[in-house]
Ligand binder design. Structure first.
Ligand code: PEP
Ligand code: MN
Length: 263
């Protein structure tokens, strides 16, 4: 169902009236994790200032270590909902268990399925059974074929509102946290009719690489770029090494807007 052979025209994912996949390139910015109302509000203000519509923030954090911050859970979803209403933004947040898919319907605008859950088939099926857009991330060690099949799991249940997100894969290279597979973007766009985003934060794990990789993503035809922004990355409860602060985010957006004008 996700194959372009079956459906030649692009699928447009409607997120609160934003037509993702329709040619305009989107930016999904926000903190790694929701830590407090004030923290998310500060980022929302900056996002709004740049005329952006999509805010991210994790309420459920699937961390590598069980001793790391696991997220605020429902409290985090409530904060996101409040901010979305106050700032007129659409929020994207990760859901990690099928049991919480129904919760997502009330609080968020896009369900994110994270890299670690790309082959959690019960979660994919549950997300396929609701009327809510899904942002599906590529698994840590997933081939493009496996990634496409994961999207097929969602769509086969009736939900065609899927955004694919390349977020880097594990290779032998240690200079970056993961290896950004930039060629996945045109391959996914050729093989499927779904919009494709690139997450420059989790792929690189390096703040200094966010801008060049975002430019590459825009130039290669991604429908959107995701990156993490935190009011004070040094004290962030997760991913403190790669989130941008507000000043860096402002600069990042200015550079990308001028890059887009030159494209
Ligand atoms: C995230 O976007 O918050 C995240 C945990 O990313 P990934 O699933 O790609 O590691
Ligand atoms: Mn993160």
């Amino acid at each position: 169902l996700v194959s372009r052979k079956k459906k030649p025209e692009d699928t447009i994912v409607d997120v609160k009236g934003e037509k993702i996949g329709d040619g305009k390139q989107y930016f999904v910015m926000g903190p790694c994790a929701v830590e407090s109302y004030e923290q998310v509000a500060e980022v929302a203000k900056a996002v709004k200032k740049h005329g952006l519509k999509l805010l991210r923030g994790g309420a459920y954090k699937p961390r590598t270590s069980p001793y790391d911050f696991q997220g605020l859970g429902l409290e985090g979803l409530k904060i996101l909902k409040q901010i979305a209403d106050e700032y007129e933004l659409a929020v994207i947040s990760e859901i990690v268990t099928p049991a919480d898919i129904d919760l997502a319907l009330d609080y968020i605008d896009v369900i994110q399925i994270g890299a670690r859950n790309m082959q959690n088939f019960e979660l994919l099926k549950a997300a396929g059974q609701v009327k809510k857009p899904v942002l599906l991330k590529r698994g840590l060690a997933a081939t493009i074929e496996e990634f496409i099949n994961a999207a097929e799991y969602i769509m086969s249940q009736g939900n065609d509102q899927i955004i694919l997100c390349e977020r880097g894969i594990r290779t032998y290279e240690r200079a970056t946290r993961n290896t950004l597979d930039i060629s996945a973007v045109p391959i996914l766009k050729k093989e499927t009719h779904l919009p494709v985003f690139v997450d420059v934060t989790h792929s690189t794990g390096r703040r200094d690489l966010l801008l060049p990789c975002a430019k590459a993503a825009l130039a290669i035809g991604a429908d959107g770029v995701m990156a993490e922004v935190h009011p004070d990355p040094a004290v962030a409860l997760s991913d403190s090494a790669q989130q941008m602060d507000i000043d860096q985010f402002n600069e990042f957006m200015e550079e990308l807007k001028s890059f887009q004008r030159q494209m």
